[in-house]
Design a protein. Structure first.
Length: 137
């Protein structure tokens, strides 16, 4: 199973993230976001940060999670390449993310993400998890 893929959206980038579980799909969504910004293969997971959020439904939880990732990227001036997510039945998410400070001499500069959007955001659960989101560039 692929971890994530992108789809075309005018002036934005959409992605779908997949996982055997909702936790894994959220982890792969984090990877997808940071592969838009830079090449995650070049990001050393030397610094660890954790956060927790609770939302009212799965779509809101995905939005809040992606917003939190973007917040840490912008405020801490960091890129992330490893994501560990645990979501419980009360829609409480615990995340541990690992990365390093941005060094544009080392890291490939791809595309800046301005915002996460709710437009066409989806969370589907079948025998696996599939997430869909669009980011504003």
């Amino acid at each position: 199973m692929k971890k994530f893929e992108y789809f075309e959206v005018t002036a934005d980038i959409g992605f779908k993230a997949y996982g055997e579980s909702l936790n894994e799909a959220f982890e792969n969504a984090g990877l997808a976001i940071f592969n838009i910004i830079s090449n995650t293969d070049d990001i050393n997971p030397t610094r660890e940060m954790s956060f927790e959020i609770t939302s009212e439904d799965n779509v809101s939880l995905l939005y809040d999670y992606l917003e939190e990732l973007l917040f840490y990227h912008e405020v801490e001036f960091m890129l992330f390449s490893e994501f560990h997510v645990e979501i419980d039945e009360n829609l409480h998410l615990k995340a541990t993310i690992k990365g390093e400070s941005i060094d544009w001499d080392k890291h490939e500069r791809k595309t800046e993400i301005k915002a996460i959007t709710f437009h066409k955001m989806e969370v589907k659960m079948t025998d696996h998890a599939e997430l869909q989101a669009i980011v504003d560039l």
